[in-house]
Each structure stands twice: as structure tokens, then as C-alpha cells.
Design a protein around this ligand. Structure first.
Ligand SMILES: Nc1ncnc2c1ncn2[C@@H]1O[C@H](COP(=O)(O)OP(=O)(O)OP(=O)(O)O)[C@@H](O)[C@H]1O
Ligand SMILES: Nc1ncnc2c1ncn2[C@@H]1O[C@H](COP(=O)(O)OP(=O)(O)OP(=O)(O)O)[C@@H](O)[C@H]1O
Ligand SMILES: [Mg+2]
Ligand SMILES: [Mg+2]
Lengths: 163, 184, 163, 184
């Protein structure tokens, strides 16, 4: 069991920084931020804790609690993507994970997701932000049909409309 | 793309039979107004893969069965009776009374382009049953096939529910250790 | 103490429905939704519980847990405004309360806040949504000055620009 | 409008002296990118009114004092030392070293258009002190004056922190009863 844990931990510890950099990098800040995991007790790892810390691009070190809402969300997304990559399920469903993100971070997320989707994973993302869903290949529009007292959906393949 | 379409029957706010086509778009967004039924769609995906109802904003399976009457034909005091137990009333939903059973079917396409149908029912007595390619199977067989596709329901490392994302970063070190333990 | 509690409870119970209706009503749905508080134990109210339930406009009754994110937020806002009205502080500071709201609900919130602000309460709302802040009288733009490693702000009175 | 302006000195991400003018707009929005310092401004308002630091994403008062050096002049390994204790280093922030004390002052205008200055300091040893109209006062006197303006810090019924709103509706019945108890 300790081996299983270490195997998962090593994998995540190894890829978290790259994922966080890919997610947070920008044209004017090509390096992105810094992210790392650390074990509180290397002897009995699964009994003690695992600490997660990040430094957003061009910011100094502060504890996770003092990061802003958007900065915490970007950190959390990197961690989720790292967890997912350990046993990558063929699809990934995310519900309004962009709620706390400003337009700049939304487009960073969109760019990262597009890149991952083209490689291997089918992404299904629920979002209220046009700054995110304008980058999707397909849309599922969900609406409430009042007369029938029911939810209904309409699927649209956006790639048909690309010139 | 692996998840080709979802077929719902009386699931949460989706009355009767509804087909949600996911096509072969690698990156799909689900959009619509507040309360339309977007998160209920994610609940349907989680449900058909065997996730427990507690995670789906429901204390019991029965809450997942469509409840409602033709809203246009109701006056106000009738509206207040609508939350009667879905299990005790008639089956038809077409004439506007409550449903008794529900199911969700996910159509999955593997690497060889073969289709697999995963279906989970809620029976009239509020019990889950599973069908793989239209044949009744026990949960262990259903889950085994999902695991072959790298869908590990226990780990849930491919589902992020509404409101949960920030907590992933703020969780304390012990919780994160348990999370890594669970996915290993 | 029981009297104090009952006084607060009665006040809130009396105004919650009107507030929720004012907040959720729309041109095509002039009545808004329904909201109510109920005591679990009328004998020792502050020892037992107070239940809060709402029915969004044109929807049937479901428990609070089964409401959508946006519906829960509108319900929570009505409750917060009811609590505030009991001992109305002269100002009200809200941080990204519109995160889960679609554009329709954001403009309902904006309309409600404008109306309350003109009457008596100074509202300070942090928001990422232009659909909300385009209705404000004043803006405080906060930015990060990278060279100085500091947050800075710029205040703008929008009413100067109204023709 | 009651809250006319805020004056900050070395508070959280606000280095040195910063003045935030709120004018007399009844409805003001605070806007800007992620991480800019918007919630820190709300923390400043809460702080000057006497709210405990635990609610302000800080375990101790010292975390609220500005920490940092001129980012442009740092190379990478120096960047990692930045979180040294703010209390142990020099006072000047102009040359890029850590601050030792901080304060926030709120300028409040009452119904007779008289200005009241509420100021809360964090001293170099990490202790709170209060000044009302530039005169040192104990917390009880400071709080009493706030209560005269219907600002009830214990009830906090005029502050909604980031991420908290949905929880207000989902809280269980006992928690809601306690909340009503607190505001009464
Ligand atoms: N068993 C059920 N029968 C009928 N309606 C239901 C049932 N369970 C939930 N609902 C309805 O579903 C709605 C919530 O849907 P959902 O959470 O999917 O919305 P959403 O599109 O995600 O909205 P948001 O953007 O606000 O998160 C509620 O209004 C509720 O009344
Ligand atoms: N004592 C301190 N000294 C210097 N910087 C600090 C201090 N405390 C917090 N910060 C910085 O403040 C930033 C967070 O600011 P804040 O929470 O106000 O952002 P925000 O504008 O609300 O963003 P969001 O829209 O993402 O919520 C963090 O990046 C953190 O590094
Ligand atoms: Mg939702
Ligand atoms: Mg913030």
C-alpha cells in the first residue's frame, strides 16, 4: 500500500509543475508559475499529510489560504489535471470550474483544454461564460421547456461552421 | 470520441425520454440559463457510472426520478402537493402525474469503434439495477467493464462537481494525502 | 433571549417572501418566486432549527439541496438581504456573489441593488461580470503594479459620464 | 455616502500608503483581474471594523502586514526567501524590504455630514490598537461608536466574503437558527 501511494505521489509530484506552467503561462510571461507537492512525513506518507503550494506567475510565495479566488482555482485545476493524468479516464466532466476566473484566466483554461482534448481526453465542460464556450468544438444547449415542465437539450457541432 | 450520447428516461428534471447527442467533438461545452438542467446532466453521467446518490444532491435514489405535472395546468395550491413521493403514484408522465421508474444509458465507443451500452435503472421500489448491452448484469461485472476503459468510479478522478473546484486547493494536507491514497 | 430571537425571526419571516419576489421577478413573470422560513420547534426556537425553503419562479417545490447553483444563490441573497434589513448597517460589502449567476439573474440582482442603494444603503460589490458593474454609479479599478510589487486602485465616478 | 474613503498603509498586497476614494456613489463596484487585490480591499474594511483575522484568510495578524520586495530586482532563489517573518526585518518598504507595521483607516460620514476617522493598527509586535479621530481608544469605545452607526461587528450582517454566498442557503436548520440568534 505504501508502494501504491508512493507510485501515485511520485507521478503527481513529477508532473504538477509542468501542468501548472502550461496552464498559467502567457505570451508576455512564457514561464508560467511554480507548483510543488511536499510530504510531511516521508516514512508513513499515507498517514501524514501532503502539502500543495503554488506561486502564481510573477508573484512571491504566500500560503494557499492567502491566494485569491482565481489563483486558487488555477492551482486546483492543475492539481485535478495531475490527478487525472495518473489513471487517465477517457473523458473529463467539469461543472462551472471557471466561476472565479477573470477573462484572461478563462482563455488560459480554454487553451489548455483544447490542447489536451486534441491529444487524448474528451472534455465536457458546463460553463456560463462565453469566453470559455466560444472555444468549444461542440455545444449542448440546455433549456427548460415550461409547458412540458421538463429540461430539454439541443446539440450543435461548431466545427461545421468553421470556414 | 468515447462518450457518444446519453439517453435519459425520467431522470431528475428530464421528463420522459431525452437523447443528448455528444457527437465526436473532443471539447464540448454544456450551456444554458440557471436552473435549466446542466448539472442534472452531469448527475446523469455520474449516476450511470455508479456514483452514489449522496454526491448527486440527493439523499435517496427516489429523488433522482422525475417529479412534476404539467406546470401550465396547475393552480397555486396544487403546486404545493407536487413533492409527494414519486414511488406512490402512477407511472405515466405524459398526462402530468409523477413517474415511478427512471434510467440513464450511456453509449460508449471503444478504441475499435465498438459501441458499449451502459444502463442503470431505478426500479419502482427505488433499487438500482444494471444492464450492459441490454443484458442484466451485477454491479461487479458492470464496474469491471468500466475499469477496462480506465473509468475508475471509486477514484472519481474525471468528475468535478459544481462548487467543488476551489476546495481541491484549500483542503488540508491530510485530506490531500487521503485523496492520493484513493486514486492509487 | 427567546424574545430577542423571536423578534429577529418574526422580522425575517415577514419580509423574506417580499424580498425574494422583488429579487426574482421579471417582466414576463411579474410575481417572482416564493420563499418562507419555518421553525422546527416553536417552544425553544433558538435551540432547534430554522428551515428555509424557496420555489423559484414557475418551478415546483424541491428541497434546497436540489436547487441549481444559480437558484441557490438567489435564495441566499434574499436571505442575506432579509438579515441585513433587521439591523440595517449603512453599507453592505459583497464579494463575487454573482459567480454562479447567468446574465438574466445578474441583471435582476443589479436592478434590486440599484433600487436599494437609492433608498438607504451604500453597496460595495466586488464583481468580475461587466453585466453587473455596468449598472454601478462608481467603479474602483484594482490592478497590480508589477514594478512596485503592490496593488493599486483608481476610482471612477460613472455618473459624471451620463448624458 | 457613509463610507467616503479608505486609507491603507502596508495592508496585505497594498504597499506603502494607498488611498481608495469611494466618493458618494450609492452603488460602487470593485473590479479588476484575478489576484489584483479586490478581496484584500474587503479584508481592509472588515479589518478596520474589528473583524478577527481568521475571517480574513490569515491565521495571525502578522499575515496582514505587507510582505515583499521590488519584484523586478529579484532573481529566482531570492524570491523563495520572501516569506520570512514580516516582524523581524526592517521597516522601510520603499527600498524593497519587508514592512513591520500596518494600519487601515476608514473615513465615515454620519447623517450630519460630520467625518469620523476609524483607524486600526497592527503594531511592530503584532498587536491591534485603535484610534478614533486620531485619538487612541480601547476597543469597547471604538465598537460603541460603530454600534451608534448601526454597524454591528459581531453580527457581520453587512459583509459577504468570497465563496460564502451559496453556503448561506445550504446551511442546515441548526446553523440558520444560530445565525438568527447572533443577529438578534
Ligand atoms: N427529481 C426531479 N424532478 C423534477 N425536477 C427536478 C428534480 N430534481 C431536480 N429538479 C430540478 O432541477 C433544477 C436544477 O437543475 P440543474 O442543477 O441541472 O440546473 P443548472 O442548469 O445546473 O443551473 P445553474 O447554472 O444554476 O447551476 C432545479 O430547479 C430542480 O427543481
Ligand atoms: N501580506 C501580504 N503581502 C503581500 N501580498 C499579499 C499579502 N497577503 C496577500 N497578498 C497577495 O494578495 C493576492 C490576493 O489578492 P486578492 O485576494 O485581493 O485578489 P482578488 O483581486 O480578490 O482576486 P480574485 O478575483 O481572484 O478573487 C495574492 O496573490 C497574495 O499574494
Ligand atoms: Mg449547475
Ligand atoms: Mg477575490
Amino acid at each position: 500500500r505504501c508502494d501504491l501511494f508512493n507510485k501515485a505521489y511520485e507521478h503527481m509530484s513529477g508532473c504538477i509543475d509542468k501542468i501548472y506552467k502550461d496552464l498559467t503561462k502567457a505570451k508576455n510571461m512564457p514561464t508560467g508559475g511554480v507548483a510543488f507537492l511536499s510530504l510531511e512525513d516521508a516514512e508513513e506518507p499515507y498517514l501524514s499529510g501532503v502539502r500543495y503550494n503554488v506561486m502564481p506567475p510573477s508573484k512571491q510565495f504566500v500560503e494557499m489560504e492567502q491566494l485569491s479566488g482565481g489563483e486558487k482555482t488555477m492551482a486546483a485545476l492543475a492539481l485535478l489535471f495531475a490527478i487525472h493524468s495518473f489513471h487517465p479516464a477517457p473523458f473529463f466532466v467539469l461543472d462551472e470550474v471557471d466561476a472565479a476566473l477573470d477573462p484572461t484566466n478563462v482563455s488560459k483554461l480554454a487553451r489548455y483544454v483544447r490542447h489536451q482534448a486534441e491529444k487524448s481526453v474528451q472534455f465536457l465542460i458546463i460553463s456560463l461564460k462565453s469566453t470559455l464556450y466560444e472555444h468549444a468544438d461542440g455545444l449542448v444547449g440546455v433549456y427548460r421547456e415550461q409547458e412540458e415542465n421538463s429540461s430539454k437539450s439541443l446539440s450543435l457541432d461548431l466545427r461545421k461552421y468553421v470556414e | 470520441m468515447p462518450l457518444k450520447r446519453l439517453e435519459l428516461y425520467n431522470f431528475k428534471s428530464y421528463r420522459g425520454t431525452q437523447i443528448i447527442d455528444l457527437g465526436d467533438a473532443p471539447f464540448t461545452c454544456i450551456i444554458g440559463p440557471n436552473g435549466a438542467g446542466k448539472s442534472n446532466l452531469m448527475d446523469a453521467i455520474s449516476f450511470v457510472l455508479g456514483v452514489k446518490s449522496a454526491q448527486l444532491r440527493s439523499t435517496q435514489l427516489r429523488d433522482l426520478v422525475y417529479r412534476g405535472r404539467k406546470a401550465a395546468q396547475m393552480d397555486n395550491d396544487e403546486a404545493m402537493d407536487v413533492d409527494e413521493e414519486a414511488g406512490e403514484t402512477l407511472t405515466q408522465t405524459e398526462n402530468g402525474t409523477d413517474a415511478r421508474s427512471a434510467w440513464v444509458q450511456a453509449v460508449y465507443e471503444d478504441e475499435n469503434r465498438k459501441e458499449w451500452k451502459f444502463r442503470r435503472n431505478i426500479s419502482t421500489v427505488g433499487v438500482s439495477t444494471y444492464h450492459l448491452n441490454s443484458k442484466a448484469v451485477p454491479w461487479t461485472a458492470y464496474n469491471q467493464q468500466l475499469e477496462k476503459f480506465n473509468i475508475l468510479v471509486k477514484a472519481k478522478n474525471f468528475l468535478v462537481f459544481q462548487g467543488d473546484v476551489e476546495g481541491v486547493a484549500s483542503q488540508d494536507s491530510k485530506a490531500l494525502a487521503r485523496l492520493i491514497d484513493r486514486i492509487s
